[in-house]
Design a protein around this ligand. Structure first.
Ligand code: 8YV
Length: 322
């Protein structure tokens, strides 16, 4: 038995990533890609010096408390870290890292896809063709909303939000944003800062959500805030389902208070998503694939490995969040 640190990899990762990880660490892999229960995770963690999980494995405080003392790090294969109780990890002295930057382009692509899909009724159209229900053409057939030249509001102007803004400029959209603080002028360019979510919502045609899921953003898009958007507006979410109050959004889409939505992330995903979404025609739904490109998944893996290498070399990892 060699004395390489042992890394528990909770899901099957791209082969190149698993191979690279294996060069430096002893790996406990999951070749069948089975979703582990918490009990299984804890049992496997007994043999591990670090865990490399996805957002599908949850680490609330009571799970972290039960992790064996030998687990030094949780090096996530994700930028979002809402599945890990960071305070509990910090208290136990477990280092937590994520994989920012490398998924910004892929996620921005999905945000633009959702915007266009929702605006141009892509789900409805695709279903018509696929189900042989496309019978005719007329000037008012499948007419949707145009996004060119409209106002895009970005809630959370971080790495992904900034790439979305850049792509949307290609559609001549004007960029508005809300962030805890304004970007510096060079980063902001022509983007207009609003100092509250409410001010942003009152001044846009499309909203794209990019803020992290945390206590302060839970249910952020509630009935009152959705009411600030106009009847032709479009809501896009590629961050986390938790920022949406689903009852409120389903009601707004049903009543026509807002025009359409494009969603890649959901409360209760995959099985327990709000049933209202499945019944609505004016939503374009994707199954949490923001970062799902070959290039990005490999880059995320390499980023997680770089964090682990730094940790086990005794250096500060580049992407430490706790
Ligand atoms: C990841 C994501 O693919 O990185 C994130 O936060 O939401 C996704 O794009 C997923 O979380 C993998 O763990």
């Amino acid at each position: 038995m060699d004395n390489k640190p042992v890394v528990l990899v909770t899901r099957r990762l791209p082969a190149a990533v698993e191979q690279k990880l294996g060069e430096r660490f002893t790996t406990l892999l999951n070749p069948d890609d089975r979703l582990y229960s918490t009990a299984e995770l804890l049992e496997l963690a007994a043999q591990a010096d670090a865990i490399l999980p996805c957002h599908t494995e949850k680490f609330p405080a009571d799970t972290i408390a039960q992790l064996p003392a030998r687990v030094k790090a949780i090096a996530n294969f994700s930028v979002g870290v809402d599945h890990v109780d960071l305070d509990a990890a910090k208290q136990k002295g477990i280092i937590v890292t994520n994989t920012p930057d490398v998924l910004s382009d892929a996620t921005a692509e999905i945000a633009i896809l959702l915007m266009l899909g929702a605006a141009r009724r892509a789900s409805e159209g695709e279903r018509l063709v696929r189900n042989r229900q496309w019978k005719d053409w007329s000037p008012d057939f499948m007419v949707g909303r145009q996004t060119t030249g409209k106002r895009l509001g970005i809630l959370g102007m971080g790495r992904v939000g900034q790439v979305v803004a850049q792509r949307a400029r290609g559609f001549d959209m004007t960029i508005h944003y809300h962030n805890r603080k304004p970007l510096d002028p060079v980063q902001a360019g022509d983007a207009v800062y609003h100092d509250s979510v409410e001010a942003l919502l009152a001044n846009i045609d499309v909203l794209s959500i990019h803020c992290p899921a945390m206590e302060s953003t839970r249910g952020l898009m509630n009935r009152e805030r959705l009411a600030l958007m106009h009847a032709d507006s479009i809501l896009v979410n590629t961050s986390r389902g938790g920022v949406i109050d689903d009852d409120a959004l389903v009601a707004a889409l049903n009543s026509g208070a807002i025009g359409a939505a494009g969603l890649d992330v959901f409360n209760g995903e995959p099985d327990g998503i709000h049933p209202g979404y499945r019944k609505l025609d004016n939503v374009f739904l994707l199954p949490h694939i923001g970062s799902a490109t070959y290039e990005t998944r490999i880059a995320m893996g390499y980023r997680a490995i770089a964090n682990l290498v730094a940790i086990f070399d005794g250096d500060e990892p580049g992407d430490r969040v706790a």
